[in-house]
Write a protein that binds this ligand. Structure first.
Ligand SMILES: [Zn+2]
Ligand SMILES: [Zn+2]
Ligand SMILES: [Zn+2]
Ligand SMILES: [Zn+2]
Length: 635
């Protein structure tokens, strides 16, 4: 198990291992790399770079069965495709089988953890960037992949809570098969990371009154559920009292709205006195950002709350800071494009707002040299990983980490508890247990606080009333933008053949018109559900789900999923905005005519067949391919 810290180059290490096998032992493969779709491109690139003697095969797409003829080299495949074509992968004998993000195997009975032990390989490597918890079930699953013969004899550990003895046995097994190096333990020439002690911030009288009102809830209701509500309320008061309003006015289509629209729905005044002035932490953050901007720094701001990120976003707008945002709602392609843009040397994005829990695999944000943890997570690992996004290989400047914390509140309790735990904890920690124990301790502290705090009743009643007003549901002030309906549209030329005669019908998905004969895949039976071919990838044939981004050609019905997009389309160029993707647009000239709105999950481009960016590289990659196999032959 290769479990080095994120950013230490696990991929490069595995690649150089394969290269060494080829160079010293003449091992030509085939090798198998199983990895999430999101890292497949990275694997292919690194393999091409570090294993020049091995052919890299990205096993995907509609034509992938033809790739099965290739006998040597490295196959890169996603778990889903592995399952789909398992007959092929189980039949072949592999020299080395690598499973990236092996913690995905942790589920006891997932199809993939049943399949991987049956793969025939001489050598197996499990790669994981997140610490493996000492959970017997999780370790058992990884051991079954690594040592299938051994795994067959070994009984599955009982479910439920493991005993102390099972825990120590599991830890012993891990120590014997796992390599885990941390950044601290290696001399990498990584610039230093400066963890500032928590910044203690004092609330003003008004915010303090709200805090006391929320704290009174701990006396009123001591049930577990009641207490977790109280904790949540206290954290909201500390972060920003108007979070109550946003939370109380959430709607079903929240994710589809912009932060600005969500604030409008909740009737949060877009004024400095509210957005910044009503929270002591926001005032502090405001000053910190101004200072950092003057110093030419770039900042990551982490929070556990979406509503908090909305308010910080509003502050950035008020102050004219350029910003980007990564949260649980970010689509994969969106996330990767933003990441590339932010990390580019010419980027002009000043700060990036990130939700602490939007884990995501392989997020690197070395474009920033300042990290602000706006609030703390009960699990200290989460905060650590957040700061690690910026402090990893590729970082050239020293990284400063600030942790904001309201004095004498739940904020300070969490910070004290979690830094204490992180200090004593082993590097391998059981995440769930430590998170729960931090929370348990904080609950005890809060109960004690609640009992001992003597407040005068009038002030308390006032605070409770203000809190209720903040949480109130408000009449909706916002009419959502509705997509223009296609019924009133004038039929335009057929998007399939370009002719403007004859009867045409429009695709309800993109409002393009087609002759019945040009409407691919449309039958009388599916006419109501029919979408034109732009809604599935022309390379792999996969239809776009709502969480996928599609890249549509503006001139022809070709469209691409993110995985099948030629790399040229995501190359960047300098522009007046700093840096941008010149081949991708979120709108096109006739959008109003077609009556389609700008949507975050649709990008437009000119496809290679219509003379777009991919063309030049097509012949290039062919010739590269030739020389590649040439090396194979001559060697
Ligand atoms: Zn036509
Ligand atoms: Zn369509
Ligand atoms: Zn595709
Ligand atoms: Zn095209």
């Amino acid at each position: 198990i290769l479990a080095d810290d994120m950013g230490l180059g696990k991929t490069a290490q595995v690649c150089s291992f394969l290269h060494a096998l080829r160079k010293m032992c003449g091992a030509p493969g085939p090798h198998l790399v199983v990895c999430p779709v999101s890292t497949a491109g990275g694997w292919a690139r690194e393999l091409g770079r570090w294993c020049p003697l091995l052919r890299v095969v990205r096993y995907r797409g509609a034509q992938r069965c033809q790739l099965q003829r290739i006998v040597a080299g490295v196959f890169v495949v996603s778990p889903a495709t592995l399952l789909q074509d398992k007959a092929f992968f189980l039949k072949r004998v592999w020299q080395v089988c690598i499973f990236d993000e092996a913690h995905a195997l942790r589920g006891r009975t997932s199809a993939i953890s049943e399949l991987t032990p049956r793969i025939d390989a001489a050598f197996r490597v499990a790669v994981t960037g997140t610490p493996i918890s000492v959970s017997p079930v999780e370790v058992w699953n990884i051991m079954r992949f690594l040592y299938p013969a051994f795994g067959r004899k070994l009984a599955a550990p009982s479910s439920g809570d493991a005993s102390q003895e099972e825990h120590s046995q599991t830890a012993a097994i891990l120590r014997s098969v796992m390599i885990r190096r941390t950044k601290e333990s290696l001399e990498l020439g990584l610039p230093p990371r400066i963890d500032h002690p928590p910044t203690l911030i004092e609330m003003d009288a008004e915010q303090l009154a709200l805090y006391r009102a929320a704290l009174a809830g701990a006396v009123a209701d001591e049930s577990t559920e009641g207490m977790s509500n109280v904790l949540m309320n206290l954290r909201r008061v500390c972060g920003h009292p108007w979070m109550f309003r946003i939370h109380g006015n959430r709607s079903a289509n929240d994710a589809a709205l912009t932060a600005r629209e969500r604030l409008r729905v909740a009737r949060v005044p877009f004024e400095e006195s509210v957005i910044v002035g009503s929270s002591a932490k926001m005032c502090h953050l405001d000053r910190l950002l101004l200072a950092k901007k003057q110093g030419g720094h770039r900042v990551l701001i982490f929070s556990n709350f979406t509503a908090q990120l909305d308010l910080i976003e509003a502050m950035c707008e008020l102050r004219g800071h350029s910003f980007g945002r990564l949260d649980g709602n970010s689509l994969r392609a969106e996330r990767e494009l933003l990441m590339a843009k932010f990390n580019h040397a010419a980027s002009r994005i000043f700060c990036l707002l990130v939700s602490t829990t939007a884990g995501g695999v392989g997020i690197t944000l070395t474009g920033a040299d300042t990290v602000v943890l706006y609030d703390s997570h009960f699990n200290p690992q989460m905060d650590r990983q957040a700061a690690d996004r910026a402090h990893r290989l590729g970082q050239r400047r020293s990284v400063e980490v600030y942790r904001l914390c309201v004095a004498n509140t739940i904020d300070e309790r969490i910070v004290r508890m979690s830094t204490f735990r992180a200090g004593i904890g082993d590097r391998i920690v059981d995440g769930a247990t430590s998170e729960a124990s931090v929370q348990q301790q904080v609950i005890q502290d809060i109960r004690a606080d609640a009992r001992s705090s003597a407040v005068d009743q009038a002030a308390l009643a006032d605070g409770v009333e203000k809190l209720a007003r903040l949480s109130a549901r408000v009449p909706s002030a916002f009419e959502g933008t509705t997509a223009a309906s296609s019924t009133c549209q004038v039929a335009s030329a057929c998007f399939g053949c370009g002719r403007a005669d004859g009867h045409r019908l429009s695709c309800p998905g993109c409002n393009k018109w087609y002759h019945a004969t040009c409407a691919e895949g449309r039958t009388s039976a599916n006419a109501a559900r029919w979408r034109c071919q732009r809604h599935k990838c022309c390379e792999c044939g996969v239809a776009a789900q709502h969480e996928d981004v599609v890249f549509m050609c503006v001139q022809c019905p070709n469209s691409y999923c993110y995985d099948c997009l030629e790399e040229d389309y995501v190359s960047m160029e300098g522009s007046e905005n700093g840096i941008d993707f010149p081949h991708l647009r979120s709108s096109y000239a006739d959008m109003a005519v077609d009556g389609v709105p700008v949507r975050r999950n649709v990008f437009f481009l000119t496809c290679p067949q219509c003379g777009g960016a991919g063309q030049a590289s097509e012949s290039e990659s062919e010739s590269m391919h030739d020389s590649e196999s040439g090396v194979d032959d001559s060697d």
